[in-house]
Ligand binder design. Structure first.
Ligand SMILES: Cc1cc2nc3c(=O)[nH]c(=O)nc-3n(C[C@H](O)[C@H](O)[C@H](O)COP(=O)(O)O)c2cc1C
Length: 221
């Protein structure tokens, strides 16, 4: 059995969104251990509404190539129309952390666009997971998928690997539905790219911030 012995606090603090990978694949038994741990995520009424496709190796290369050639765009779940106030500020801050790290100058739309397009190459990761839920289960299936995604990300971290959740891939819902032959009644939530982090990659050189607990939590009683 594959086990890991890092504390939960350590895992949660160490995890970050990895945007540069070594090409070597992760052994199948670790892929299965990650999927097994993620499967322990809680869900409303234990519906376990997620379904995951994990794509690796030559098959992921084939998918990368086909994605680049597909011109369709559109997500199953609506993306936010705009971010305002603190949400806009936080979004900008992390975007600039990334752009500064990879050397994208302010106002260089071509360079920031090219960085965004790396999402569709899975940032060079050897593995990608695609998570769908039944559309009819609505917003709580999305909450369940969120729990699943975080459990998956922490399971990856527990094996000393890196991962990133990617809503960007949700914009290729029609293409991916065809590719994986999903039923019409399932919706794509996001992808997760993962593998061995390229720790020297500039995109992996920064860590995002969090607002203080006092701003996010009110304690009563
Ligand atoms: C549901 C979800 C979707 C995300 N989609 C993307 C994405 O498409 N591209 C990307 O570069 N980062 C994406 N991220 C990563 C966030 O930008 C990142 O989690 C956030 O900035 C906090 O940084 P950290 O994960 O390094 O702590 C996503 C994260 C989540 C949870």
């Amino acid at each position: 059995m594959v086990t890991s012995l890092r504390s939960f606090d350590e895992l949660a603090a160490a995890r970050w969104s990895c945007r540069g990978y070594e090409p070597e694949p992760v052994p199948q038994e670790i892929l299965e251990a990650i999927a097994t741990t993620a499967q322990r995520a809680p869900s409303w009424c234990n519906t376990q509404p997620w379904h995951t496709e994990i794509v690796s190796g030559a098959e992921l290369d084939r998918l990368r190539k086909a994605l680049a050639e597909d011109g369709r765009w559109g997500s199953d779940f609506a993306f936010p129309e705009r971010y305002e106030g603190v949400y806009r500020d936080r979004r900008r801050e992390v975007a600039w952390q990334l752009y500064d790290a990879v050397g994208v100058e302010r106002g260089d739309r071509a360079a920031s666009g090219a960085q965004t397009m790396l999402n569709f190459e899975f940032f060079g990761a050897p593995h990608a997971a695609f998570i769908t839920v039944p559309t009819a289960l609505g917003v709580y299936a999305l909450a369940d998928a969120g729990a699943y995604v975080q459990t998956f990300l922490l399971a990856v971290e527990s094996h000393g690997l890196g991962a990133i959740a990617q809503a960007a891939l949700a914009q290729k819902a029609d293409f991916l539905r065809e590719w994986f032959d999903w039923d019409e009644d399932r919706s794509l939530v996001c992808a997760i790219s993962f593998g061995r982090p390229d720790r020297g990659h500039p995109a992996n050189s920064f860590r995002s911030h969090r607002v203080p607990v006092a701003e996010a939590v009110r304690f009563h009683g």
